[in-house]
Ligand binder design. Sequence first.
Ligand code: NCD
Length: 305
Amino acid sequence: MKNLINITDLTVEEIDELVKVALDIIANPEKYQDACRHKLLATLFFEPSTRTRLSFESAMHRLGGSVVGFSEAGSSSSAKGESLSDTVQTVGCYADIIAMRHPKEGAPIVAERRTDVPIINAGDGSHNHPTQTLTDLLTIWRSKGRFNDLTIGLCGDLKFGRTVHSLVGAMARYTGIKFIFIAPEELRFPHYIIESELESRGIEYREVGTMEEVMPELDVLYMTRVQRERFFNEADYIRLKDTYILTPDKLDPAKKDMIVMHPLPRVNEISVAVDDDPRAMYFTQAKNGMFIRMALILKMLEVTV
Ligand code: NCD
């Protein structure tokens, strides 16, 4: 694997290895503190981000490397009309590795053709978000100790939410996985992924309208934000934005060891009162993101420690 565009660019063995390295980084951070000395990461973010960009940048700094980049298209030459291809070709002259986020689906595929420097997709439109999935996998591993035999409920904007698309692509390769898609009619999980990842492999899934009807079954409840920026009209967003709000009482019938995940940012879909529940895992998830990105950078730069 030279570039990480889709989560399926990584084999399950490579994912196991990344998780193993991330766990070692957590246990022995000092061992890695100079691993990427004199290496340069470029973060090209054409869309807003807090966790993804800052965890990439923190990851590179904690490996002893350096970072350049921009956090909005408006501060780069794309505001002058430069094409993505030209921007990437230029940055490829400076950096050793590039993490990029772009509102257009497929943008990282354009980018990978224009440079020999490894490209990491940090989110492309409503398509994929493979490094969020690595974050999610490390979180599942640290909480559950396994990737098999899990019933995973995905709730909210399953149409435009790129994190759930990548997560399903990853989890569909393990055994004993059951998916329950919890979404309003308008925001259902894309059928093309159901066909290619689930039906082709005979993986069990259900589509339901409420979280209450499935709560007792779940090992993982993955909440998502309704993706306002992907809607064609504001009225639809307003109508759908508060379809699901997780509150402490809704967790009463859930398993005691169920985990609540969310890629963040949250808007209204998880009440802050849930944060005190030991099952709430979303801030731990954010922290895991830095460690697994450290492991990913090491792998992609072919650095051995
Ligand atoms: C997600 C994203 O950008 O897709 N955020 C993140 O990277 N942690 C989810 C979202 O924006 O809702």
